[in-house]
Write a protein that binds this ligand. Structure first.
Ligand code: VGL
Ligand code: ZN
Length: 204
């Protein structure tokens, strides 16, 4: 069984949003075309309280995109984004969400960020997704969405560690790219064993 994992296709990660990924909205029509070809559709939603510890605004002495040490490791300080209940946290209006069966929200604990759909950034606190997928007999997960070098990458790597065949749909993801993080992400995912595919390949 195969599932489509649609990562963080939210207004704040699209052009005009608080943490816009260049060309972030270009993934929307590509993802919409894929939706009917999967047994299960899972979406993730970055969902932060106001004053989240990953926001630079919560650290007055720091600058945007500084990297700081948290109890659980290094953390990039982001602009305020995907605040619970705001328009920025909503899914892109053109994304087809009717077929979505489960939405995993992440980053809702003030003191810890969560890039991966499987674990929060301490790599210990689970979201429950692995159990859900296993109970449904899903073996293959196809990652699409935003951002390639953060939430998509961490989801792919953790998914492989959790025993799933992880695929990434090259033309259905887009990255932030901080100091070469995009190239680094592709390298790490490929070294870990991600299966790279394209939407044309999946639809043919
Ligand atoms: C993300 C940075 C902060 C992502 C979420 O969806 O990749 N990146 N929060
Ligand atoms: Zn976030």
């Amino acid at each position: 069984m195969k599932a489509l994992l649609i990562v963080d296709v939210q207004n704040d990660f699209c052009p005009g949003g608080a943490l816009a990924v260049p060309d972030g909205d270009k993934v929307v029509p590509v993802i919409n075309r894929l939706i009917d070809h999967f047994d299960a559709i899972i979406q993730t939603q970055d969902w932060h309280p106001k004053n989240h510890s990953s926001f630079a605004s919560s650290h007055p002495e720091k600058n945007l995109y500084d990297v700081v040490e948290m109890k659980y490791g290094t953390q990039v300080l982001w602009p305020d984004h995907c605040v619970q209940g705001t328009k920025g946290a909503d899914f892109h209006p053109d994304l087809k969400t009717d077929k979505t069966q489960v939405i995993i929200r992440k980053g809702f604990r003030r003191e810890i960020d969560s890039y991966s759909t499987f674990f929060e950034n301490d790599h210990k606190t689970t979201t429950g997704l692995a159990g859900y997928l296993k109970e449904r007999g899903i073996t293959d997960l196809y990652a699409v969405g935003l951002a390639t070098d953060f939430c998509v990458k961490w989801s792919v790597i953790d998914g492989i560690d959790e025993g799933f065949n992880m695929h990434i749909v090259e033309d259905a993801v887009a990255g932030i790219d901080l100091d070469g993080s995009l190239e680094q992400a592709w390298k790490e995912m490929k070294e870990k064993g991600v299966i790279v595919t394209t939407s044309d390949q999946l639809l043919s």
